[in-house]
Design a protein around this ligand. Structure first.
Ligand code: SF4
Length: 418
């Protein structure tokens, strides 16, 4: 079990959009951000609905122009999750977004640094009890207005110690920015310190968590396409979360943001930080022993489970009987493939032996039946009643047993008598 760092708690939301707690004993929330224009009201509402349906707890929208903050007044009544306004450059956009009824504001010290303007935003948030996220992100932390300062800060970026330089700038600017908030006695704060460099992300969040007890919003900024961005994001975020650091997460991809939500949630599930919604699918990677189209089967099973199963049933799709039973132990529903066939087990009891074409519908039918039994209280998730033993392959599954035995002999492994 992960022992989470104790942080203050902020609350965002209202009766119409629900309340999300960040920090303290709240579960780690998953956020995402719309990719379209906020002023395109219908499209923005549709995107927020899509993200909420995927499981996003909070959705952020960019408000670069007045027409975007104006649109918020029409968007907010149509959506059901708390909305964060992402403000860059114009503190007035923050004030307009607050006036429109958003639930949280995100400010960046690199973009809005004028103390009087920041104080105006703080006071407006204080009046409405809205939290503010301070994002000291690598991409916009370097000074923009003061040329001398900018040159000095940029100099360090091109030095041998870029990592340490950025870390120092992030912490210094965060300290300076927080001073303004302290002067206003404002503490409904969430902090983020994103970078494209996973190691800097780890060091920055660790350093911040040692200095402050504000909740932390984890993320890797401009992580790239999902294909490579997943590893870039999950390595530092997983490391931090497993160390107990992090209260809310946004994974960022140059792709449909629904993937951000799906992967963020999956990260929570596998770390045991959230209770899984829907089925958990495990599957073998396939190898030279395979005798069915396993990759297609796994994808088909995954898509159907997403549509049909709402309980966290553990489903295993295994290519053969060699490692399958051992690796599928603990699965509620499992299939072990053989020679164009598959044997299906439900909590260790064999329920079917079907040809390849029938594996998908039979497996799904068993998942639905099992889900219904759990719902009626007749079965319990994760309760393995019988050990899953390898099926007798001869005359039953034709699972390439002889081939397996030959391999075992060649490897000097003990031969199982059949
Ligand atoms: S379960 Fe069987 S087919 Fe799948 S990887 Fe393991 S040995 Fe290969």
């Amino acid at each position: 079990m992960i022992l989470r760092r104790k942080t203050r708690q902020v609350v965002l939301g209202d009766d119409a959009h629900g309340f999300v707690r960040i920090g303290g004993d709240a579960p780690v929330s998953v956020q995402s951000m719309t990719a379209g224009y906020t002023h395109d009201i219908d499209a923005c509402v549709a995107e927020i609905h899509k993200l909420a349906a995927a499981g996003a707890d909070v959705v952020r929208v960019a408000v670069p122009e007045k027409k975007d903050t104006a649109a918020l007044k029409e968007i907010l009544p149509q959506v059901s999750v708390p909305i964060v306004a992402d403000v860059h450059f114009h503190f007035q956009r923050a004030l307009e977004a607050i006036e429109a009824g958003v639930h949280k504001i995100r400010l960046n010290p690199g973009n809005i640094s004028d103390r009087a303007q920041v104080k105006d935003v703080i006071q407006a948030c204080k009046a409405r009890k809205l939290p503010i996220r301070i994002g000291v992100n690598e991409g916009s932390i370097i000074e923009r207005k003061d040329k001398q300062k900018r040159l000095k800060e940029l100099g360090g970026v091109f030095s041998d110690n870029k990592h340490g330089h950025f870390l120092a700038i992030m912490i210094t600017k965060l300290e300076e920015y927080l001073d303004v908030f302290r002067e206003e006695d404002f503490h409904d704060i969430v902090i983020s310190a994103k970078s494209i460099d996973p190691l800097l992300v780890i060091d920055a969040y660790k350093a911040i968590s040692e200095r402050f007890d504000y909740p932390l919003h984890l993320g890797v900024t401009h992580a790239g396409p999902k294909e490579t961005g997943t590893i870039r994001s999950v390595v530092p975020l997983g490391h931090l979360l497993a160390s107990g650091i992090g209260d809310t997460v946004r994974i960022s991809y140059a792709n449909d943001p629904v993937y951000e939500v799906q992967d963020g949630l999956e990260l929570m599930y596998i770390l045991g930080l959230r209770v899984r919604k829907g089925a958990e699918l495990i599957a073998c990677p396939s190898c030279g022993r395979i005798q069915v189209d396993l990759f297609k089967l796994v994808q088909d099973v995954r898509k159907q489970l997403e549509k049909e199963i709402t309980l966290p049933i553990k489903v295993a799709v295994m290519g053969c009987v060699v490692n399958g039973p051992g690796e599928a132990e603990g699965a509620d529903v499992a299939i072990f493939a053989g020679d164009r066939k598959g044997i299906i087990y439900v909590q260790g009891e064999r329920v079917a032996n079907v040809p390849e074409a029938d594996i998908l519908p039979t497996l799904l039918a068993e998942c639905r039946k099992f889900q219904d039994r759990v719902a009626r209280g007749e079965a319990k998730l994760g309760e393995k009643k019988v050990d899953i033993l390898p099926p007798d392959p001869i005359g039953e599954i034709g699972s390439g047993w002889e081939k397996i035995q030959r391999e075992k002999k060649g490897m000097g492994l003990p031969v199982v008598k059949v």
